[in-house]
Design a protein around this ligand. Structure first.
Ligand SMILES: [Fe+2]
Ligand SMILES: [Fe+2]
Length: 421
């Protein structure tokens, strides 16, 4: 009885002219042939949907206040970041609060690999459930996300290396998971609490579910999209939120905000609500940055992914227009200019694989020198901390080498313990 009462309290009749984008219409109050929509309920994503109802002569509709509330702009102010960083941070030694890893990489790597593989299976199940309109098993996804959060808390470089090193052909499954890992890692650098990291991880796992409702010919079109196709494509963010609302999942409101607002940009050029500046929820911003980075660096059917440092350069160019400057700086720090798993050439011509990002100096990571200047592989690669002068012996990174230009598999160097050149 109590439950029914609660449901009734959530439903309110309002004049159609008072509708706003972002409200959830639970019933248009007409039989199906007497209204312009395929179904009687819908999350309003565009003003034209309200105009359609008015044109049809529908003067009053029922809205679900609870579902509408979940996607309203957050009232909390934009999270202020401590310790603003110099704009030239990407080329300088920078100070950050990110704590040092508590577990060495070689110990965390197999644990992270296990958590990643499990989460990938869950990601596949999630996509399959949504395609068949089945219920999303939130507790299962949350359990996997929690494991990712734990791994990042022990050593963020293990999962960051994994998403870079593991090659999966199906972008649909890997993208949401990779964005989740990047966002959790960035969130950690940004000083989010454990609980916020779990919410962020869950929201990012769900952020592109709406794409499953975009027709294949638009979603996978090799050429340029027409204006009309673009607007269909852009509806995916609102659709992601709608799927979560439709299923009445027991999730934090911020999870739904991440899904709906991950394409909003501070200059108002984003979608679906053209939010500006501080109106954009902070977790959605972190998801947005991670999303752009993963999209740029991933190999797709029709184009090769950018190298991480080129993608970061591009993201840097969006500083102040699409994203808050401080947040871009922190994101760069979190990923590192040379993320774990990158292949680099040293000033001596030696080839090395980046093992760990140095929290205090992005230009001097921990590397493994794996080949001589003639690209001959060492049988016992040498581990060198470039930030320690005694170890680095004048070695420095001169450039990043695309993995396709080398004959070895960078991931194979993550399991070797105590190497000596
Ligand atoms: Fe998206
Ligand atoms: Fe995405």
């Amino acid at each position: 009885m109590k439950m029914i009462r609660k449901n009734i309290d959530m439903i309110r009749k309002i004049p159609t002219k008072n509708l706003e984008v972002g409200m959830f219409v639970s019933d248009v109050g007409r039989t199906w042939f007497n209204h312009p929509w395929k179904t009687k309920s819908r999350l309003l994503t565009e003003r034209s949907e309200i105009d359609e109802l008015i044109k049809f002569g529908i003067e009053e509709v029922y809205i679900d206040t609870e579902k509408s509330k979940k996607i309203q702009k957050p009232k909390e102010p934009f999270k202020q970041l401590p310790n603003t960083i110099n704009p030239r941070a990407a080329r300088n030694v920078v100070k950050i609060e990110k704590p040092d890893p508590v577990v060495p990489l070689e110990i965390e790597f197999p644990k992270a690999a296990k958590a990643y593989t499990k989460a990938l299976d869950t990601s596949k199940a999630l996509v399959a459930a949504c395609r068949m309109n089945k219920r999303i098993e939130v507790s299962e996804v949350q359990e996997n996300v929690d494991e990712l959060v734990e791994s990042v808390s022990r050593n963020p470089d293990a999962l960051t290396a994994l998403i870079k090193l593991r090659h999966f052909d199906d972008y649909t499954y890997t993208h949401c998971l990779n964005v989740s890992v990047l966002a959790i890692s960035a969130g950690k650098t940004l000083g989010l609490s454990h609980n916020e990291l779990k919410i962020l991880g869950l929201g990012t796992m769900f952020h592109d579910l709406g794409k499953l409702r975009i027709p294949d010919n638009i979603l996978n079109k090799p050429g340029k999209l027409t204006d009309e196709e673009f607007s269909v494509m852009r509806s995916h963010a609102a659709l992601s939120a709608e799927i979560l609302l439709e299923q009445n999942l027991n999730v934090d409101d911020k999870v739904i905000q991440v899904a709906r607002f991950h394409h909003e940009r501070i200059d108002g050029s984003g979608y679906p609500d053209h939010l500006q500046g501080e109106e954009i929820p902070s977790l959605a911003t972190i998801c947005g940055l991670s999303d752009v980075y993963d999209a740029l660096t991933s190999d797709r059917v029709y184009h090769k992914g950018m190298l991480p440092h080129d993608a970061l350069k591009f993201i840097y160019s969006l500083r102040g227009t699409h994203f808050q400057p401080d947040w871009v700086d922190r994101f760069v720090q979190s990923v590192g200019i040379y993320p774990p798993g990158s292949v680099v050439e040293l000033n001596t011509g030696h080839l090395a694989v980046v093992m760990e990002v140095n929290n205090r100096s992005l230009l001097t990571p921990l590397i493994k020198i794996v080949a001589d200047p003639h690209a001959q592989l060492y049988t016992r690669p040498k581990l060198v901390d470039l930030s320690k002068p005694a170890e680095s012996q004048g070695w420095s990174i001169s450039k990043v080498v695309p993995p396709s230009n080398v004959s070895f598999e960078p991931s194979s160097f993550f399991n070797i313990t105590e190497p000596e050149a």
